[in-house]
Design a binder for this molecule. Structure first.
Ligand code: NAG
Ligand code: NAG
Length: 420
């Protein structure tokens, strides 16, 4: 009889270990922490699928609820928001810029005759998750404001499923134009020569797209002086780059999830996921994808040999003739896929900082963009983390705290300190 609890305990332990354990490359430090994080995230996704299937909640809504529930518990421990956290001097206001909600962080020093720097920040989350007020974004933006004596404007652009492309982009662009107007810069005592646009992941996508638009808009007198992109998403034509293949099972951004985020953003049918995973959507039959466009994401040319490993030829399907590009026009829209912009557009862009992680499906998006900007004559700092994984920049607070995340955040802040 006493055997039963033992058997149950052992079986449960084995089952949990089996669920949590995933093989990870040696290059990833703190692998068990990442496995636990991944198990939590996978559970969230499974529950969301179940609730969606049962008709209880939209997939995205339930993921938001779970992550916010988790953060609520964490706040109970740390209450970073209510106490003003570690940066009591930073003034935080929730207002709107051209009708778009923003959270503005003003540093303690400055004002009155002393001009400060400015940063506009777009958070990540696959154009569907995340918020200026939640997660570590609030903490990071307070830190940047405090340490760099910078006015930070974090934009609450609208998300899927409430809106699709181009709405999130248009929200960000409207907020950016408002921020860069001479009156607003003067109101916040910001030096017009020292304003950055920045973002991580899907926010990096929005930052790159907005930077392109602003730098090519002759009607705007003030432009961004730098763009700081943290593992940005930049193209949706090739889901078989070496990094998409190498890192397809690495937490927390698995390859199918990134494809799903793209389909959602571009308001495409989610059932296209399997076609997109094998690059059927960018087959040679899609005549709108000209050789010139293909060259802009030809990683066999744009990547250094060390990132290509055993893989040397882009996967281009020949005989899939369905009109994917007609069905999903956003695929070729540079406002959604900034890597597809022509060199003349890139050339006008501001100095760039691009952070990439080795263990990230988006690694090659960032590396290719760095290379194309450089080729167009833009000064680029490429900051590559050999032990980094997608999302690490946000994991800087206990218990979701990774050494590489803290180093990445430090690298970003130091770059802004020296270049903005
Ligand atoms: C596509 O074409 C290749 C050769 O070009 C052929 O080997 C393959 O079987 C074809 N696939 C389909 C599904 O028609
Ligand atoms: C991709 O296209 C080929 C050629 O039409 C087709 O045979 C194959 O089933 C498609 N793959 C998927 C996953 O739909």
């Amino acid at each position: 009889m006493r055997l039963l609890p033992v058997v149950v305990t052992v079986s449960l332990t084995v089952a949990i270990a089996y669920y949590v354990y995933i093989p990870l490359p040696d290059g990833i430090h703190e692998p068990w922490k990442l496995m636990l994080l991944d198990a939590g995230f996978r559970t969230t996704l499974h529950l969301a699928t179940l609730k969606d299937w049962l008709g209880c909640d939209h997939y995205i809504t339930s993921i938001r609820q779970s992550t916010e529930g988790f953060e609520g518990v964490m706040k109970g421990f740390f209450s970073s928001e209510s106490s003003g956290g570690v940066m009591p001097g930073v003034k935080v206001s929730d207002i709107t810029f051209a009708g778009v909600p923003v959270r503005v962080y003003e540093p303690p020093a400055g004002g009155e005759g002393h001009l400060r720097r400015g940063v506009m920040f777009f958070h990540g989350g696959g154009w569907a998750l995340g918020s200026t007020k939640k997660g570590t974004y609030d903490t990071i933006n307070r830190m940047v404001s405090d340490e760099l004596n910078t006015v930070v404007v974090s934009v609450e652009y609208r998300l899927y499923p409430e809106v699709y492309f181009p709405e999130p982009y248009l929200d960000c662009l409207a907020a950016a134009k408002h921020f860069l107007s001479p009156e607003v810069l003067a109101r916040y005592a910001i030096d017009p020569e020292r304003v950055a646009v920045s973002g991580d992941s899907a926010g990096g996508n929005l930052a790159a797209a907005v930077a392109q638009e602003v730098s090519n808009d002759d009607s705007m007198s003030v432009k961004f002086s730098v763009q700081a992109l943290i593992y940005p998403v930049l193209q949706a034509l090739d889901f078989n780059t070496p990094s998409y293949l190498q890192n397809q099972n690495i937490p927390i951004l698995h390859r199918p999830l990134m494809v799903r985020f793209w389909l959602q953003y571009l308001s495409a049918d989610l059932s296209l996921q399997s076609q997109f995973l094998v690059n059927n959507h960018s087959s040679l039959h899609q005549s709108a994808i000209t050789p010139e466009l293909r060259a802009r994401l030809d990683w066999s040319v744009l990547l250094l040999p060390k990132y290509k490993k055993n893989n040397n030829k882009p996967l281009i399907v020949e005989n899939e003739s369905r009109g994917f590009v007609k069905e999903v026009p956003g695929l070729l829209d540079v406002r959604a896929a900034p890597l597809l912009a022509e060199s003349e557009v890139l050339a006008k862009g501001p100095r760039a900082y691009i952070l990439t992680c080795e263990y990230d499906v988006l690694r090659d998006d960032g590396l290719m963009y760095a290379r194309r900007l450089q080729d167009a004559g833009v000064t680029v700092t490429s900051d590559h983390y050999e032990d980094g994984f997608h999302g690490c920049f946000s994991f800087i607070q206990w218990p979701l705290e990774f050494d590489v995340g803290k180093r990445a955040l430090r690298g970003y802040i130091n770059w802004l300190q020296n270049n903005l």
